[in-house]
Structure formats: structure tokens, C-alpha cells
Design a binder for this molecule. Structure first.
Ligand SMILES: N[C@@H](CCC(=O)N[C@@H](CS)C(=O)NCC(=O)O)C(=O)O
Length: 222
């Protein structure tokens, strides 16, 4: 399915193309497109049909995963990198702190940490078979991932408690959209973001944003 959102804005000449799957790691950038009022098209890669492993898609993203962004002929993969790239095209939005500002460092910290640690651990819990071939030990991988995930939530919870309500304090940023995405997935995990006071408040605030609601409606998640 191709979904085209064209807002006739001055950005129309630089329309974004995002390859996506329902509720996939595309959610954060998709919501950010809505938050920005950007023009974009979405090309569905149905993971349930294994479309991510088709020769056509692998030629675009050799990882065989979603999301992938194409912008001005350039292919970019990795959800956090895509998010940061898109926000750098829209400095006026204020969703990415200015380069050189100390908050920019914290923004990098959270996005890199979520990408390499929180999201990776979530994936280990959800897909232990990607990490071990002995199916008898899948539960061990899951148990360990669960412990690490709980530790990760504890880190974020303490950060939000001491200087929330957003990851960067009083200023919403792209990092909050990435956190929302992983927190949303965690509803089906044993270790859920929603079970922590400040994380749950963050999740609910994000969920209530019009941009997030629109993204969820478009992805068929409501
Ligand atoms: N680190 C990648 C992970 C992307 C990823 O794991 N995507 C999942 C969907 S949420 C996927 O495409 N899985 C298909 C597969 O592994 O075959 C990112 O953040 O972009």
C-alpha cells in the first residue's frame, strides 16, 4: 500500500519516502512527519508476507528491515538516524537542539543509547531466535533481556523523574518520539514502560499528541 500525504508546503519538492510496516520501527519518523506537517509518501513492506526479504527491497536496504528513508535520491536506513536526519531538515521545528548546544549532546546520548541498548534489548526479548540457534535456550535469552530491559526502564524513569517531563527536560524533541515507539511495543512485553510512573506519564502524553494519533490511525494501530 502506498500512502501519499501531500500538504503543498514549500517542502513539496523534497518529499520524503518512507518504507514501513504496521507498528514497525517507522512509527517514530512517521509521527514526526505529522508533527512537522511534512509531505511524505509511505510504501508498505508487509513483514508478514516477508516482503522485507524480496530482492527488490534488499536492493534498497540490504538489512532487510524497516524503516528505510529515501530523500533526494539518497537511501538512509536505521530508525534513529532517519529521525535525526529528517529533523535536521527542519531546524525551525525546535525538535532537535541546536548543534553546539549542550542539550544536543543529551539528544545524541538518548537516541544512540535507545538505538544500541534499549531497542536492541527489546528486540532480544521479542525475537530471541535471532540471537541463538538452540531453541531450548530461547527462554534464557528472553529472561536476560527482560532483566536488562527493566534496568533500562529504571534509567529512563530516573531521568524523567529528575528532569522531565521530556527526555531533554522541558523541551520536546525527536528522542521522545523514539522512546514512545519502544514504550508502545513494550505493552506486550513482561517488562513494560507503562508500569513506571514517569515513563507511563511520558507515554500517555505522547499518545495524546495529534501527530501520534494520526500516525497510529494511518498505520491501523487504533
Ligand atoms: N536497528 C534497526 C532495526 C529495524 C528492525 O528491527 N525492524 C524490524 C521491524 S520493527 C524488521 O524490519 N524486522 C524484519 C526482520 O527482521 O526480518 C532500526 O532501528 O531501524
Amino acid at each position: 500500500m502506498v500512502l501519499a500525504i501531500n500538504r503543498n508546503s514549500k517542502k513539496d519538492t523534497t518529499i520524503y519516502t518512507l518504507y514501513w510496516d504496521k507498528g514497525g520501527a517507522n512509527m517514530a519518523t512517521h509521527a514526526v512527519f505529522e508533527e512537522l506537517g511534512a509531505s511524505y509518501e509511505m510504501i508498505e513492506i508487509d513483514l508478514s508476507k516477508n516482503m522485507q526479504k524480496s530482492a527488490e527491497y534488499l536492493a534498497i536496504n540490504p538489512n532487510g528491515k524497516v524503516p528505510t528513508l529515501v530523500h533526494q535520491g539518497q537511501v538512509i536506513y536505521e530508525s534513529a538516524a532517519i529521525l535525526m536526519y529528517v529533523l535536521d531538515q527542519h531546524p525551525e521545528s525546535g525538535l532537535a537542539p541546536d548543534i553546539g548546544c549542550s542539550r544536543r549532546g543529551v539528544y545524541y546520548q538518548y537516541l544512540f543509547w535507545m538505538s544500541s541498548t534499549l531497542q536492541e534489548t527489546a528486540n532480544r526479548w521479542a525475537h530471541p531466535e535471532q540471537y541463538i540457534s538452540d531453541e531450548h535456550n530461547l527462554q534464557q535469552v528472553k529472561n536476560k533481556a527482560n532483566d536488562v530491559l527493566t534496568h533500562c526502564w529504571d534509567i529512563v524513569e530516573k531521568g524523567l523523574a529528575s528532569h522531565g517531563p521530556w527526555l531533554l527536560g522541558d523541551k520536546l524533541s525527536g528522542a521522545d518520539f523514539h522512546l514512545f515507539m519502544i514504550a508502545h511495543w513494550s505493552q506486550r512485553y513482561a517488562s513494560r514502560a507503562q508500569d513506571w510512573t514517569h515513563l507511563n506519564a511520558h507515554y500517555q502524553s505522547m499518545l495524546n499528541r495529534a501527530s501520534v494519533q494520526e500516525m497510529m490511525a494511518q498505520e491501523g494501530l487504533l
